[in-house]
Design a protein around this ligand. Structure first.
Ligand SMILES: [Zn+2]
Ligand SMILES: [Zn+2]
Ligand SMILES: [Zn+2]
Length: 154
């Protein structure tokens, strides 16, 4: 039962998010362009960190080139709609910054798993208490790296 409720809530959340892209852009003061909307839709459909090439492939036939995609990534990151994720691969990966979570990344095949347990705020408080330079810490990024079960078998 709790599982079904969680799932349903997730769906409600998903559809609300989907409809709200123009509002989301408006809120942060960015112009609503078809490219921005298409790119955001492509992100929400996948719910995992992706790179520009991947989005480009997904939006095939929409006449949105790679340069536009890179530029859109940068501006959406600046306003906090997208978050950069370091997968230690050649290119830069991004995902929607709609809920706080972190990733475990396989250093062999790049498979990722996300987790929402986060104690970093506690660590930040400890760091702040000892820091001679910093007054506040209000953001963090954290990915864990290892080897997935199937890569470990080889
Ligand atoms: Zn993620
Ligand atoms: Zn792997
Ligand atoms: Zn965290």
């Amino acid at each position: 039962m709790p599982y079904i409720i969680a799932n349903r809530l997730h769906l409600v959340y998903y559809y609300t998010m989907k409809k709200d892209y123009s509002l989301m852009l408006k809120k942060v003061g960015l112009k609503i362009t078809p490219a921005r909307q298409h790119i955001l839709e492509a992100f929400s459909a996948d719910c995992k960190p992706v790179n520009a090439e991947y989005i480009h492939e997904r939006l095939k036939g929409k006449d949105i080139n790679l340069v536009t995609i890179y530029r859109t990534f940068t501006s959406l990151e600046k306003v906090g709609i997208l978050k950069r994720v370091d997968l230690r691969k050649g290119s830069v990966y991004y995902e929607l910054a709609d809920h706080h979570h972190h990733h475990v990344v396989c250093t062999e095949c790049g498979k990722t798993e996300s987790f929402e347990v986060c104690d970093v705020d506690k660590i930040s408080q400890g760091v702040l208490r000892k820091s001679p330079l910093f007054e506040t810490i209000d953001q963090h990024s954290l990915e864990l790296y290892g080897m997935c079960k199937s890569c470990s078998k080889v």
